[in-house]
Design a protein around this ligand. Structure first.
Ligand code: ADP
Ligand code: MG
Length: 293
């Protein structure tokens, strides 16, 4: 009787915008103890806008934006797009850059005018072992407390400018946290972004557990950390970076258009880009199970 019921379940799921790649996982969803959400592009829109700039004495705002846009010239990341857009809006002329390198979970690097220039977040600074000068530090601290993502330009090993970027929390994210709490499910968030931005978003949404400044290759370890506490864990993500975590999770959920890699690593694909569908999925799994008894 079980296969028949599960078949009904998957077609019902499909009508609700859920593509089930692994039926066992869909069935397990009813027993989930914790669900980990990727922050950027999942709980938030992922459409950053540059809302503030701070610079060291060696560079002015327009130059900083132009330099950052040059280094980000080859990157598909949403942060890169926002910086290029801000530079275009301001009408600054962007210098030539070469030798582009993407540094997964950290930022980007390129050569501009014979100099080595990096643009990236806290993980980049840790990697370069460079300290932020006090005038940039104050700006970054305030932006972070407001939940704004901060990226730095580092030239010749020296942070010379910082940009504050605002992302928007989705309305559905508030609702899904409440809905999952009603189902007695722990809600966690996983991000490569800084601890203070992560805390600001988590406080705003009422999220229970926060993993911040996590490099892409370490995301699956955070899934395992909860599993090691004896919990049945789902991971919800959209990016290439999330694939190992999606695979590690008991229920891997790809959301939105997703990347091919995310989709191939997921047990369930939520076609509509709506975090509330995660709660619907759990409810559908519970309802189907009741029918089986
Ligand atoms: P998330 O884990 O939130 O989905 P990513 O792993 O894509 O985010 O990126 C983590 C962090 O790495 C970003 O918050 C940013 O600090 C930095 N980063 C990644 N790509 C870029 C880029 N192209 N330009 C600047 N910073 C970047
Ligand atoms: Mg992401």
């Amino acid at each position: 009787a079980i296969p028949l019921v599960v078949a009904i379940n998957t077609s019902l799921a499909a009508r609700n915008g859920m593509l089930v790649r692994d039926r066992i996982a869909m069935e397990e969803a009813r027993n989930l103890d914790a669900i980990i959400f990727d922050k950027t592009g999942t709980l938030t829109e992922g459409e950053h806008g540059v809302v503030g700039t701070a610079t060291a004495d060696s560079i002015d705002e327009g130059e900083a934006l132009a330099l950052a846009a040059a280094v980000e010239g080859d990157s598909e990341h949403m942060i890169a797009r926002a910086i290029r857009e801000a530079a275009a809006e301001r009408g600054v002329s962007v210098p030539e850059a070469e030798d582009f390198e993407a540094m997964k979970g950290r930022g980007v690097r390129a050569r501009v005018g014979g100099e080595e220039v990096y643009v990236g977040g806290p993980n980049l600074l840790t990697y370069l072992e460079t300290d932020v000068p006090s005038e940039l530090r104050r700006f970054a601290d305030e932006a972070g407390e407001n939940g704004q993502t901060v990226v730095y330009i580092v030239r010749n090993q020296e942070p010379i400018a910082a940009f504050a970027m605002a992302d928007v929390i989705r309305d559905e994210s508030y609702r899904v946290v409440d809905a999952l709490h009603e189902l007695d499910i722990e809600v966690a968030m996983l991000t490569g972004d800084s601890q203070d931005v992560a805390n600001a978003v988590a406080d705003e949404l009422g999220i229970d557990t926060v993993f911040a400044e996590v490099l892409p290759d370490d995301k699956d370890e955070k899934v395992q950390e909860l599993q090691n506490q004896g919990k049945l864990v789902a991971m919800v993500g959209d990016g290439v970076n999330d694939a190992p975590a999606l695979t590690r999770a008991d229920v891997g959920i790809a959301i939105g258009s997703g990347t091919d890699v995310a989709v191939q690593s997921a047990d369930v694909i939520l076609v509509q880009n709506n975090p509330m569908d995660v709660a619907r999925l759990v409810k559908l799994s519970k309802a189907s199970y009741r029918k089986m008894q």
